[in-house]
Design a protein around this ligand. Structure first.
Ligand code: 13P
Length: 706
């Protein structure tokens, strides 16, 4: 299906491209011809008075350049979407115009292909319907057009094409059209061009006469014309072609002497020897800058007995004005303006006839120079018909435009291909690297996953200074019972005030719930009234102790040094330490959280041996989140815990870091625990307020089940 689509789109594109290139080119190389055609259109819609000649000429040059360039864009598939849309718009307008031509017939030849191919209005309309359909197909699937040049280099082709077609137009305008498709080309005998071969089909006309009698008008044909009734007064006549017969290539050439009314066509076209015709369709607008050269040719013609006539469609007044400004002495005769415009695309232009055959033509910019006219025409180059240079011109166009373009396309293809090869090599290399990396990271991921699974997940409660002994024992019982009923997926620890420890130890199933103190002394034993040593804690049956909690640092002045000592004693007495760290709000706002946390760990626990480190659990508790209801976001917590793990890794190695449990604490509740615990570096929570109700605490423990 896609193949069919691709074939259809590319066939339509080729049809449109070749048509546009051809029609654009033949018009571009005949800018004056195209201007005359535009003038005809403007006249048909009665707008010619509003558009000056120069604007018509610019429009002619511009339109043909656009058409040609559009054709090249389509051919090379440059800016496919835009070019397709512009083509569709162009064809829509052209089809509408030619429909109007077909229906109203205001102009005989649409001028689509300049003078190269002439179509009837109906043929043109049908041609445009086909092209419009093709452009619809193109616009529907523009990207099916196969590219011939890469996007990077297409601008070169675009500007080169514009430069080429404009140059061709300007050269044709300054000199004469590069190719002459008109019946008055060099080598054409004008009289012969007017002959109708014997037996050729005649055109059949119907003539209608309009007569009037007593205020009544009536139409008559040749058959019923009231020749005998003189009361009918003839008013008007019109002719219509019933059947088109053979029309010779030249059918409208005549020369009249306006003064005498004599028809000089025959005498001039059959004149023996050479005749110069100075052709100026509109003498008022003829370029008079080269009149000296014209006069010199006239003098030369006079000396050698050659004819020299001016032909124009302008009035006597214009002729007189021309004589006044140029001093012209040669006679002027009248010929139809359109015919003269067809004879030569220059105003004025010079035509040399030999016995009625066109020998040469010159634009007023290229008139024969005096030094060339140094002998009779029969002896010099000027008097000889130049050899047909059509092929030389075609080769020149190929060399100047087609070759460079083809070279550009070839270079572009090679460049694209080498780029593609390089890219492919690069891509293959990247793919290989990526596969290796993937394999590695897969292995790493598996390792981390294993480590993570190995790492202890912990939910620890910190009762702080809450609950009487009885309340505490009841709460511990309740927690114990609920965990007995439904086994937790993590280690559970409750850390109670000192006075609860021994009693709570009695009600807990130590295989389900661990027990810890909230503090211990920085002294081993002795006269430290009110203090509880690590050994005493251990003796209650507790296995854990929280150290470095921000509340103790803040309210009881526990420094890094004191904590270092407490940690040492706790470990020495076989307790596991839940060591807390965290920053204040100001410190976070100043983005110093990493620095602060690192200093706390450095100051109290990073002195431990790797062996001692096995009994350390870290808890990150941002002070601004403790008891405030303001939790760190899971991303903030993850970021900090990953950082803590990284500094542990720096200190003790990756493996130890991967085995260290790090908890988050600070307004952790059953509602936010699942999100927090889902983060790869968060191994559980240290819970304050929410650990004082068995159900709330259980809710958090259950987060590990999700
Ligand atoms: P909250 O859970 O009440 O915020 O307390 C956290 C805490 O300090 C735990 O040690």
């Amino acid at each position: 299906m896609n193949k069919t689509k691709s074939i259809s789109v590319n066939a339509c594109r080729a049809l449109l491209a070749l048509t546009f290139i051809f029609s654009g080119f033949v018009k571009a190389i005949d800018p004056l011809g195209s201007q005359y055609k535009i003038a005809e259109y403007l006249e048909a819609v009665q707008l010619s008075a509003y558009v000056p000649d120069w604007a018509q000429l610019m429009l002619a040059v511009g339109l043909s350049a656009v058409e040609f360039t559009l054709g090249v864009l389509l051919l090379l598939a440059i800016r496919r979407r835009l070019a397709s849309k512009v083509t569709l718009a162009f064809m829509a307008v052209m089809t509408a115009v030619t429909l109007w031509l077909t229906v109203s017939d205001p102009i005989q030849d649409c001028g689509c292909f300049g003078d190269a191919i002439r179509l009837t209005n109906t043929q043109t309309f049908l041609k445009n319907v086909v092209l419009l359909s093709a452009s619809i197909v193109l616009t529907r699937w523009p990207l099916y057009q196969v590219r011939f040049i890469s996007k990077t280099n297409q601008w070169i082709a675009f500007y080169f094409t514009i430069a080429f077609i404009l140059t061709a137009s300007l050269l044709s305008l300054y000199h004469l059209p590069i190719f002459d498709f008109r019946p008055y080309h060099i080598g054409q005998n004008i009289k012969k061009g007017m002959e109708i071969p014997k037996g050729a089909k005649q055109t059949v006309y119907k003539t209608t006469f309009i007569c009037e009698k007593n205020g009544v008008t009536k139409e008559f044909t040749e058959d019923n014309y009231p020749y005998d009734d003189s009361t009918w007064v003839f008013k008007d006549t019109h002719q219509e072609i019933l059947e088109q017969g053979y029309e010779p290539p030249i059918h409208d050439f005549s020369i009249t002497d306006q003064q005498t009314g004599d028809d000089l066509t025959d005498s001039i076209l059959t004149r023996d020897g050479y005749t110069f015709l100075l052709i100026a369709p509109v003498l008022e607008r003829a370029d008079d800058s080269n009149f000296g050269e014209i006069d010199a040719v006239y003098e030369y013609a006079k000396e050698n007995g050659y004819g020299f006539y001016g032909l124009t469609a302008s009035t006597d007044k214009a002729v007189k004005h021309w004589r006044d400004i140029t001093g012209a002495e040669y006679p002027f005769y009248t010929t139809d303006g359109t015919t003269l415009k067809t004879v030569i695309r220059s105003n004025p232009g010079l035509v040399l006839l030999y016995k009625g055959t066109i020998i040469n033509k010159w634009s007023h910019n290229d008139l024969p120079q005096q030094d060339e006219l140094n002998a009779p025409l029969s002896l010099i180059e000027t008097g000889r018909e130049p050899e047909d240079r059509t092929w030389t011109k075609i080769v020149l166009i190929i060399v100047c435009y087609v070759f460079p373009l083809a070279f550009l396309i070839a270079a572009d293809r090679i460049w694209s291909w080498t780029r593609w090869v390089r890219k492919r090599e690069e891509w293959l290399r990247q793919k290989e690297d990526w596969l290796k990396q993937k394999e590695q990271s897969n292995r790493l991921y598996q390792l981390l996953k294993r480590k993570r699974q190995m790492r202890k997940k912990i939910v620890a409660g910190n009762w702080k200074m809450n609950e009487t002994l009885q309340e505490g024992v009841a709460l511990a019982k309740e927690i114990n019972e609920s965990l007995k009923a439904e086994k937790p997926n993590c280690d559970v620890v409750i850390c109670t005030p000192f006075i609860h420890l021994a009693s709570v130890a009695q009600v807990l199933d130590s295989s389900l719930v661990g027990l810890g103190a909230e503090n211990c002394a920085d002294k081993e034993k002795g006269a430290y009234t009110g203090e509880v040593s690590a050994a005493m804690v251990k003796s209650t049956g507790a296995q854990y102790v929280i150290l470095g909690h921000s509340e103790r640092r803040q309210y009881y002045g526990e420094t890094a040094e004191i904590l270092k000592e407490k940690v040492r004693l706790a470990l020495a007495n076989g307790l596991k330490v839940i060591f807390c760290c965290g920053e204040t709000l100001e410190e976070r706002e100043a983005e110093k959280q990493n620095e602060v946390v690192k200093a706390e760990l450095d100051g109290s626990v990073f002195n431990l041996t790797a062996e001692e480190w096995k009994s350390i659990i870290l808890a990150y508790e941002p002070i601004w989140a403790i008891g405030t209801g303001k939790t760190a976001t899971s991303d903030q917590a993850q970021e900090m815990l990953a950082y803590i793990r990284s500094i542990v890794a720096e200190k003790y190695g990756k493996e130890v870091a991967e085995e260290t449990s790090i908890l988050y604490g600070g307004s952790c509740k059953a509602s936010n625990a699942p999100e927090l615990f889902a983060k790869p570096d968060i191994d559980g929570g240290l819970i304050g307020g929410a650990s004082l109700k068995a159900a709330d605490f259980k809710g958090i423990i259950d987060a590990w089940k999700k």
